[in-house]
Design a protein around this ligand. Structure first.
Ligand SMILES: O=P(O)(O)OC[C@@]1(O)O[C@H](CO)[C@@H](O)[C@@H]1O
Length: 623
């Protein structure tokens, strides 16, 4: 199917991007390319920021263009067919759940989405008096749901152990390994295990790069690369012994930040797949039309969400002001929207090297509402306190005029509860915002309107659908909230000066993907070759200008451990390379600069500096 012939778009998708042309940042996978749409993101005001990120999100729905590189997209015939084929396998498990299981697994946001989706579809099954048969795995275990734990992503053996534990005693398992960037060793290990046990497992790889662009570097302590595993999977695809589901959705608005479009596309694809599998089990034939109908509702959600762009921009601006003044952004969510808030908050830590206290999410009912396998997490620590009660006990007394609070709920939730909390928070700060989802005919009570000056009220049309279909409304609201929060937290960090053009220039180097990305950003911003960039990155990590042989010969995992105990590793390396100065001098310059972006900008403008390095097309070529 070529959508443009048979499919009419709900939203305006941008013209096919320059990133699709042969040769554009050739050596980089789509998920790591810099998106031409957001090239000047760092100079944008809040309204423009929202528009640019909106356009990037719209690329999820863009169709395959035969005139340029033939990437398969969400609406491509091959993708729709793969979704339908996998749905049939899922259907078999749903119909005889006794010995079967559907396992979703991922790292970071992908793992949190695995939890969200597994819970949604178990709920759907319980409502039909069927035995729930979905389970999730998140790298690092349940503590990774509410805190950033990026290191376990590098461990394929741990992935396999977890998979064996979850699937013990099961005779048929559909395993869905999510790695948006087709890179996580944790997932590679699990897929490899499945392929060695095909009598029990049907492995599915979900991500948003072509297999030929999946990660191909050595995995420490293991004998295959991610690409070798992905290629093996692809070889089994035609015989339906394994599946690779990997439409291109375009580069992220912020380079490499796969929590954004990657996460949203994961949600869209897998919810569609499971919904049709459940429909099929109630004897509704899975047709292309039925898949398209569901996908179209997500496209509509994009349009509806971004029709509130002005108010989203106001929330973004307020959040940025809070973060700039060393205040906080607190997101108080109800039901699954609480998890969406936590998901967004937690990712600020590795993505922008934020302090874990800067942006935090809270959910009514805490772990009970999260429905995670391990329940209340122990030992309890401030980072693991996620309920509204926790917020009232430990955060509310410290809330000040510097902080911004966002309430995230639907009009089906207990609005009086929301009002009670708003009342308490109002005594501390007037920076109160709300994202509220309503169904046509429902209105925000006047009492709430009086308390929250400019709420984002998103009204969704009534959907007259059968039981499974009714879940679509919840899925739309979750995605819509995710889009808003992704835009707000990303935009706020742009305004905080953590981004240069569309490169995040201060992220935590906490796993091998981040280490490689740091080297790649250095190459792209400074134009220096791979070896020199790696050397400077190591100088910055160890704080030494002269690197010992021992350091040079150490495994990357050791460098990552060292990097995690140092601040501003990447910015120091960037400034050092741009100014050709020592890492110590670069650090001093950064410390006296108003923001990281400002320090980079002034280093680029040093008289006599060649500007050739700034061409993004040079990216990664010098390896
Ligand atoms: O393996 P994936 O799905 O590509 O991403 C894994 C990850 O490292 O990247 C994301 C952010 O870029 C995080 O949410 C997550 O921890």
């Amino acid at each position: 199917m070529r959508g443009s012939r048979r499919y009419k778009h709900v939203i305006d998708t941008p013209d096919p991007g320059k990133w699709e042309l042969a040769g554009y940042e050739e050596s980089l996978p789509i998920s790591e390319k810099s998106n031409p749409i957001t090239r000047e993101l760092d100079k944008a005001d809040p309204n423009t920021l929202v528009q640019l990120l909106r356009d990037c999100d719209a690329e999820i729905f863009q169709e395959e263009d035969e005139t340029i590189i033939n990437y398969q997209r969400l609406y491509s015939e091959s993708i729709l067919k793969t979704v339908a084929d996998i749905a049939k396998k899922v259907q078999q498990i749903i119909e005889s759940p006794e010995d079967g299981l559907i396992v979703l697994s991922g790292c970071g946001t992908s793992g949190r989405l695995a939890l969200l989706l597994a819970n949604s579809f178990n709920r759907l099954m319980r409502g039909l008096h069927q035995s729930p048969c979905y389970s999730y795995i998140i790298a690092g275990g349940d503590r990774s749901i509410v805190t950033a734990q990026e290191a376990p992503e590098d461990n394929p053996a741990q992935g396999q152990e977890e998979l064996q534990r979850v699937c013990e005693g099961k005779k048929k398992v559909v395993f869905i390994g999510i790695s948006c960037s087709l890179s996580a060793p944790f997932i590679a290990g699990q897929l490899d295990y499945c392929m060695k046990n095909l009598d029990v497992f049907l492995p599915v790889l979900v991500g948003f790069n072509p297999v030929s662009m999946s990660r191909n570097d050595r995995i420490e302590g293991w004998d295959s690369t991610f690409r070798q595993v992905a290629e093996q999977m692809q070889n089994l695809h035609d015989a339906q012994r394994a599946f690779v589901l990997n439409p291109a959705v375009g580069p992220e608005g912020l380079c490499g930040s796969s929590r954004m479009k990657g996460g949203s596309a994961t949600k869209i694809l897998l919810e569609t797949l499971f919904l049709v599998a459940h429909k099929a089990s109630s004897k509704v034939e899975v047709t292309e039309k039925c898949l398209l109908e569901i996908l179209r509702t997500y496209e509509r959600a994009h349009k509806v969400t971004y029709s509130h762009s002005k108010k989203i921009a106001a929330l973004l601006k307020q959040s940025a002001t809070s973060l700039q003044k060393k205040g906080h952004l607190y997101i108080l969510g109800w039901g699954t929207l609480g998890l969406v808030g936590i998901m967004d908050a937690v990712e600020c830590v590795p993505s922008y090297n934020a302090d874990w206290r800067d942006v935090r999410g809270f959910i009514n009912g805490g772990y009970h509402t999260l429905e995670n396998q391990e329940g209340e997490l122990t030992p309890p620590g401030a980072e693991f306190a996620v309920s509204h009660e926790d917020f009232m006990k430990s955060i509310l007394p410290t809330v000040s005029v510097m902080d911004t609070i966002v309430f995230l709920f639907t009009l089906d939730d207990e609005v009086e509860e929301v009002e009670k909390l708003v009342e308490l928070v109002k005594e501390k700060t007037s920076n109160i915002h709300a994202v509220c989802h309503a169904t046509a005919g429902q209105y925000l009570p006047n009492s709430t309107k009086k308390m929250i000056p400019s709420p984002i009220v998103i009204t969704w049309p009534i959907l007259f659908l059968e039981y499974e279909g009714a879940f679509i409304q919840t899925f739309q609201r979750e995605l819509s909230s995710k889009w808003i929060l992704d835009t707000v937290t990303s935009g706020a960090h742009v305004l905080k000066g953590k981004i240069y053009r569309n490169f995040i220039v201060d992220f935590t180097i906490c796993n091998s993907k981040h280490f490689q990305r740091a080297v790649s950003v250095l190459q792209r911003l400074t134009g220096h070759p791979h070896a020199r960039c790696t050397e400077t990155l190591l100088q910055s990590i160890y704080g030494e200008q002269t690197l010992s042989e021992q350091i040079r010969n150490t495994e990357t995992s050791q460098h990552i451990r060292a990097a995690m105990s140092r601040d501003k590793v990447l910015p120091v390396a960037i400034v050092s390379l741009l100014r050709n100065c020592s890492v110590a001098e670069a650090r001093t310059r950064l410390e006296s600069s108003e923001s990281i972006r400002a320090a980079i900008e002034s280093s680029l403008n040093v008289p006599g500096r060649k500007r050739v390095a700034e061409s993004s097309e040079m990216a990664g070529r010098s390896r």
